[in-house]
Ligand binder design. Structure first.
Ligand code: SAH
Ligand code: SF4
Ligand code: F3S
Length: 450
């Protein structure tokens, strides 16, 4: 048996789910006595937690991996692990591509990292990609922040958006029980965490796979019910959730967010396209009119709510006029933040094999035009903060300007102000906004309670 490696390095690609999984895997590794190495070249175990949402995310992994595979030829006891969505998607074939790999493990196996490494240290090359029932976590994540934390509430996705790899790589929906979620949050509160973001690829689907329904036939454990269940967890001052799906977003949820003081007025609701035909071919299950009604309803209850979203340009068959409908939606709604991407054909997804693909040039051009509008609108939205007093939860030092600290408003805008992180970390500070940029603000703290 080879003795276990001493230092580990994790590089994470992709979404918040992957970041949360990385924190859990880091917890497992530290539980095994390994220590973190900042630089991958100093590590004895390297884990790439990968993303396969677009081709460029996937290609990046291969180039990182190529470098470490070379290093392994000189340092044979280096352990190389590929986890996450590319691992799930490619499985065995990753071993053919990179024979130096020790372990290929899909996202549902994150909790099993310890057992899988045991097999590796016994000299096996391991592939763990069978879709399984995720066991309730007993390992303690090693979280990056001491102020904000992610809590998974539902794994997987049952939607079938025609462009998307997630259902294929993350499997079917599996909700954690309200009791398990609350217990994790109670512990976070005791440890001094102030903010929790509840995570799910389609968080509005939360609970529909759990047993129990109400007298009127509704699922008993919806996201709305969950918010009421966890809202009073001591110590936790702010609650967020992501990602919302317009198809399932309810007024009942909006009312709960307005009513529950800790739930922040920030909604991340991807719309993907502003054109009904494209939405239909994406199989999203709503129209742009429905999307607009949701946002109007949110603003009726919470006029200042921050709205963010994701959008794809250059979906197969998208005409110039259909793209302009996306621009129009962005113009009309005025997003605080919009993540944009050019459509990328993905293996195993329906749209990837359609004949009506657009050229890279058209996609690039549309992406640029959309991004231009996005920054204009974001700057407009930032403008409303000027002179206002905002509650900022201080998370960290501003690494570019160490005399400043950084935190976020309830609406999730990044704010910088002068102060000492040792005194301010984890504090909710009223800050008067003095300077606004498209995606961040600068301000003056008003009073600091220590
Ligand atoms: N579950 C979320 C998003 C998951 S993936 C939802 O339903 O909205 C994150 C984002 O990546 C998506 O919102 C989409 O905008 C983008 N995306 C997903 N697949 C893509 C693809 N094939 N090409 C380009 N962007 C994609
Ligand atoms: Fe992908 Fe659609 Fe599921 Fe979101 S809802 S993860 S875009 S399949
Ligand atoms: Fe990427 Fe997997 Fe998340 S494909 S976006 S890391 S669910």
């Amino acid at each position: 048996m080879t003795s276990p490696a001493r230092r580990y390095h994790i590089t994470t690609f992709g979404c918040q789910m992957n970041k949360a999984d990385s924190e859990r895997m880091a917890g497992v590794l530290e539980g095994m006595g390994l220590q973190e190495a900042e630089n991958p070249d100093d590590a004895d175990l390297i884990l790439y937690n990968t993303c396969s949402i677009r081709d460029n995310a996937e290609q990046k992994v291969y180039s990182y991996l190529g470098r470490q595979a070379k290093r392994k030829q000189e340092q044979p006891d280096l352990t190389l692990v590929v986890a996450g969505c590319v691992a799930q998607q490619e499985g065995e074939s990753l071993l053919r591509r990179v024979p130096e790999l020790d372990l290929v493990m899909g996202p549902q196996h994150a909790n099993r990292l310890g057992d899988l490494l045991e097999q590796v240290f016994n000299g096996e090359q391991v592939v763990a990609t069978e879709l399984i029932q995720i066991v309730e976590d007993i390992t303690k994540p090693r979280r990056d922040s001491t102020v904000t934390a992610w809590v998974n509430v539902i794994y997987g996705c049952n939607e079938r958006c025609t462009y998307c790899v997630v259902p294929g790589v993350r499997g079917v929906e599996q909700s954690r029980t309200p009791a398990a979620i609350r217990a994790e949050m109670v512990e976070l509160g005791q440890q001094g965490y102030k903010e929790v973001t509840l995570l799910g690829q389609n968080i509005d689907a939360y609970g529909r796979d759990l047993p129990g329904s109400t007298a009127d036939g509704r699922h008993q454990h919806t996201l709305t019910d969950l918010l009421y269940t966890i809202h009073d967890v001591p110590g936790i001052q702010r609650i967020r959730f992501a990602t919302s799906h317009p198809r399932y977003f309810t007024e009942r949820l909006i009312r709960a967010c307005a009513e529950l003081q800790k739930v922040c007025e920030h909604f991340h609701i991807p719309f993907q396209s502003g054109d009904n035909e494209i939405l239909k071919s994406m199989a999203r299950g709503y129209t742009h009119e429905k999307y607009r009604r949701i946002i109007a309803k949110i603003r009726e209850y919470m006029p200042d709510a921050a709205i963010s979203a994701d959008a794809i340009v250059g979906f197969p068959g998208e005409t110039e006029a259909q793209f302009e409908n996306t621009l129009k939606l962005v113009e009309d709604i005025g997003f605080d933040l919009l993540n944009t991407a050019a459509y990328s054909p993905r293996p195993g997804t329906p749209a990837a094999v359609w004949q009506n693909q657009l050229s890279e040039e058209v996609k690039r051009d549309r992406l640029q035009r959309l991004n231009h509008l996005v920054s204009l609108k974001a700057a407009e939205r930032s403008g409303r903060y000027l002179g206002r007093i905002e509650e900022v939860l201080v998370e960290d030092q501003n690494h570019k300007e160490p005399s400043q600290v950084m935190g976020r408003t309830r609406g999730n805008r990044l704010v910088f102000f002068t102060g000492k992180i040792a005194e301010l970390k984890g504090q909710l500070v009223p800050v008067q906004i003095t300077d606004v940029r498209a995606f961040s603000l600068t301000g003056q703290p008003l009073l600091v309670s220590c």
